[in-house]
Write a protein that binds this ligand. Structure first.
Ligand code: BEZ
Length: 222
């Protein structure tokens, strides 16, 4: 089995989803993707997560990011569960689940993406079979894996953080910069260490040298 790392090509696959069959790479097209797994349908934490993603879908669309969920239940079960997600979501904002959820009852895709963790004893079904863990894969338009997050079953994800990572990744594609600790969109960034001072001055005329190896700049006028 191929071990997935940052920079690996996201494995291609064919699957049934709540929006019909897909070929993953074809479906990605020229977009970024957030592929996220959830342990199972009709589970409380996941229901809150999928409702939240429904509310914030415009944040992903505006960043050219497609969303796709996956769990080991079948399409029929996903459709029934979506009714609950809508009910919970509607308590805070109008809710539609306008992204596909992959059905992976054989756990083929879950295995391909190493989403199963037999060692997590808190994350098994009634028969002791592992559920998918809470993973997030951020994949770029070249189909490269750019981020992998693994959360335990007991902790719901922070999708503000996922959006923050996407912003940081997309920024570093546009500019020779990195983002410092706790960076938020609009904050100063770190000039890429691979640039000489001369190159940095050309690209970021008003950069500041905080330490010989830590140069920061605003991107406001870029
Ligand atoms: C959940 O609520 O997401 C969940 C509950 C039990 C096991 C795994 C996940």
């Amino acid at each position: 089995m191929t071990v997935l790392r940052l920079g690996s090509t996201a494995p291609d696959f064919e699957a049934d989803t709540t929006e019909g069959p897909i070929k993953f790479h074809e479906w990605i097209g020229n977009s970024w993707v957030m592929l996220f797994s959830h342990p199972g349908d009709f589970t409380p934490v996941c229901t809150t997560e999928l409702a939240d993603i429904s509310h914030r879908l415009p944040q992903f669309v505006s960043r050219n990011v497609k969303i796709i969920g996956i769990s080991t239940d079948n399409v029929q079960s996903h459709h029934e569960w979506i009714e609950d997600i809508i009910e919970i979501g509607n308590k805070t904002a109008p809710t539609c689940v306008e992204y596909p959820i992959i059905a992976d009852p054989e756990r083929n895709i879950s295995r391909l993406y190493e989403m199963l963790d037999e060692q997590d004893e808190t994350n098994v079904d009634g028969e002791g079979l592992p559920y998918t863990i809470r993973t997030v894969f951020i994949i770029d338009p070249r189909k490269k894996i750019r981020t992998m997050l693994h959360y335990p079953a007991s902790v719901g994800r922070d999708f503000d953080e996922v959006v923050r990572i996407i912003d940081a990744l997309q920024l570093s594609e546009q500019h020779k910069v990195m983002t410092p600790c706790n960076w938020r969109k609009g904050d100063d960034v770190v000039v890429h260490p691979s640039l000489s001072d001369e190159e940095a001055r050309k690209l970021f005329p008003s950069y500041k040298t905080q330490l010989p190896y830590l140069r920061t700049t605003s991107l406001d006028n870029q």
